[in-house]
Design a protein around this ligand. Structure first.
Ligand code: GAR
Length: 194
């Protein structure tokens, strides 16, 4: 009998700093038969990142680098990426800025999710600023990473309406739900176009 083997999945690494809800969601997506990816490596700059528990739960290799010396940390990360044959990096709540050198080495192969409708509200404290400015809409964006903060090519974006009583926390929760839908779609989209 001929054993049918599906197309080989693309090996990806997910970088986190905190809760890791996007990480968990990407892992769940990767486990679906139709998914084009497998998560082989989790990188964190924060040993206390809650999301690291998913490494144990899903039996995925994890590495933590403190980033006190960025150059040294990135050199080691690049080594890990190479030895694990990683073809795509997904930043998922990774709160460190990658160096230009690092980005150049993985050009076109790093995705990030940002909780705003880029190019609006780059950087930190997005939800506070959106509410302060009395915006009617916000959202989330998956984009390619380039050397400028939150400025690479947009892959997918989801617009979300604010309610009258919206707070930064309620908005964060609302947008996060959409992030979980958007990120896997963006991954599939970029891989389909490679
Ligand atoms: C997400 O909302 C993500 O968009 C944001 O951090 C959160 C991480 O949540 N990323 C940034 O702000 C990057 N500038 P998670 O750890 O539960 O996935």
């Amino acid at each position: 009998m001929v054993k049918l083997i599906g197309p080989k999945k693309i090996r990806i690494a997910v970088f986190i700093s905190g809760t890791g809800s996007n990480l968990k969601n990407i892992i769940k997506f990767s486990l679906k038969k139709i998914s084009p990816i497998e998560v082989n490596l989790i990188i964190s700059n924060n040993i206390k990142a809650k999301g690291l528990r998913f490494a144990k739960f899903y039996n995925i290799k994890k590495k933590v680098y403190n980033y006190n010396q960025k150059k040294i940390s990135e050199k080691r990360i690049l080594k890990d990426l190479k030895s694990n044959d990683i073809k795509l990096i997904c930043l998922a709540g990774f709160m460190k800025i990658l160096s230009k050198d690092f980005i150049r080495k993985f050009k076109g192969q790093i995705l990030n999710i940002h909780p705003s409708l880029l190019p609006k509200y780059k950087g930190l404290n997005t939800h506070d600023r959106v509410i302060q400015n009395k915006e009617k809409y916000s959202g989330c964006t998956v984009h390619l990473v380039n050397s400028k903060l939150d400025s690479g090519k947009i892959i997918l974006q989801k617009k979300v309406k604010l309610s009258k009583k919206e707070t930064p926390l309620s908005l964060q929760k609302k947008i996060l739900k959409h992030e979980h839908i958007l990120y896997p779609r963006a991954i599939s989209k970029i891989l389909a176009n490679l």
